[in-house]
Design a binder for this molecule. Sequence first.
Ligand SMILES: Cc1cc2nc3c(=O)[nH]c(=O)nc-3n(C[C@H](O)[C@H](O)[C@H](O)COP(=O)(O)OP(=O)(O)OC[C@H]3O[C@@H](n4cnc5c(N)ncnc54)[C@H](O)[C@@H]3O)c2cc1C
Length: 467
Amino acid sequence: MGVEKVHQKINLKQISGLFCIDFPAVNPQTHSQKETILFNDNTMTKDHNQLKKVVIVGGGFAGVNFARHLDAKYFDITIIDKLNYHQFQPLFYQVATSQIEPSSISFPLRYIFRHQKHIKIRLTEVQDVDLANNCIHTRIGPFQYDFLVLALGCKTNFFGNKLLSRYAFSLKTTFEAISIRNHILQVFEDVITSPEAEKAALLNIVIVGGGPTGVELAGAFAEIKKNILPKDYHRIDFSRLNIILIEGSADTLSNMSGNARKYSRKYLQNLGVNVITNTFVKSYDGEILLLNQGDPIKTKSVIWAAGVIANTLTGIPESCIAHANRIRVDRYNLMQGSENVYVIGDQAWMETPNYPRAHPQVANVAINQAKNLAKNLERKILGKPLKVYEYKDFGTMATIGKNKAVVDLPFVRLHGFSAWAIWMFLHLMLILSVRNKLIIFINWAWAYVTKNSALRIILKGDQPAES
Ligand SMILES: Cc1cc2nc3c(=O)[nH]c(=O)nc-3n(C[C@H](O)[C@H](O)[C@H](O)COP(=O)(O)OP(=O)(O)OC[C@H]3O[C@@H](n4cnc5c(N)ncnc54)[C@H](O)[C@@H]3O)c2cc1C
């Protein structure tokens, strides 16, 4: 079984440069450690006590890949996350638009590491770090470390606008994706029963931010408006449903090529999305969205995809904090001024000659910084020279509804169906576990052929249905 999985990793690596996301690989070296290390916390052997304690905070792309590549011969590994699962964020928008189930893109950490029994998993929120005493504090008590690896990722940035953070939805966790799905489906239930005067606000769905998340979300909403929702809600006139995408700069996908910018806008407009550029949101009170120009928009649904800010912990020195809360690290991901605290992934701010404003916050960077650091820690223990992290940009892509996508590869720009086929194939291949790949493939194939999916469930507690 282990051999088969290692083969799968190699093959997928050849085709998955855009993300470089790995698959579960059982490290045979790790398994041989079973003889010398008892994995029960209460029965540590002498050998175990001699291992360097590595505490990893965050079970995202960076934390999981770091733990997976760290050699159990030298390290006692604990991974801490406030969630008990790893999230495949690139497909959140499909959960939010009822196209796939949340369980297909959420992977329990205990399942991921089921074959690496030496890795301890703790479910708790880390609150602060005591650098002087090599200790972090959590809700379930303190954890001592020899090496601390911070991989806390990002959260949505509302730029201090309290009203927006209170009333707008965001798409940074599986839970938030489910919340959007619940809300949007409830909105259509409300359209049926609301007085005419209230329908307009219900029928305006506004997405703020024309980056990949906003573009993919707007495209997916436009697609379900056309092909899926009318099958469920016979009494709603869906020509009155407005999907509005607001972007502050002049273009959608402004970080991609001119080709991607041009075609993403064109595809969205062809799908009926109202794309408003060069416009900023000023405020939102749950009813009215105010812009810096143009008429206010009455809406019950605002989804904020206009920025992220790194998660941080109390105890990190102010001098280490860079743009958007990211933590300054050197080329080895070592936190500025520290000897044993490392930061990887979205949370790290590493300046290099090619990336003087740090790397983009994408999965490729998180995964490869994690792998480089895992090897470097081993080199450090063995007294070997360390290797700097160098980002290899394999390209970026975004999909816009069915059959359309834009892909920027280092030497070629693609758009349309071929780009969409690449997008579909890579995302499918990159989903963890064969089971989830199959489930998603069947969902996608079913939706493609029937122009339908059967996932439109409003998940609620036991409050009354009308609330
Ligand atoms: C909607 C969306 C779409 C995206 N699409 C793409 C894409 O198409 N391609 C691409 O390359 N990238 C994409 N990204 C970006 C990519 O997902 C991130 O770059 C990547 O997840 C970063 O990995 P990370 O490990 O640094 O952080 P994360 O994956 O965010 O993991 C951070 C982990 O830390 C945990 N955590 C945070 N704070 C604490 C705490 N105090 N205590 C304990 N645990 C904590 C969190 O629960 C989480 O599990 C997308 C992101 C989003 C939100």
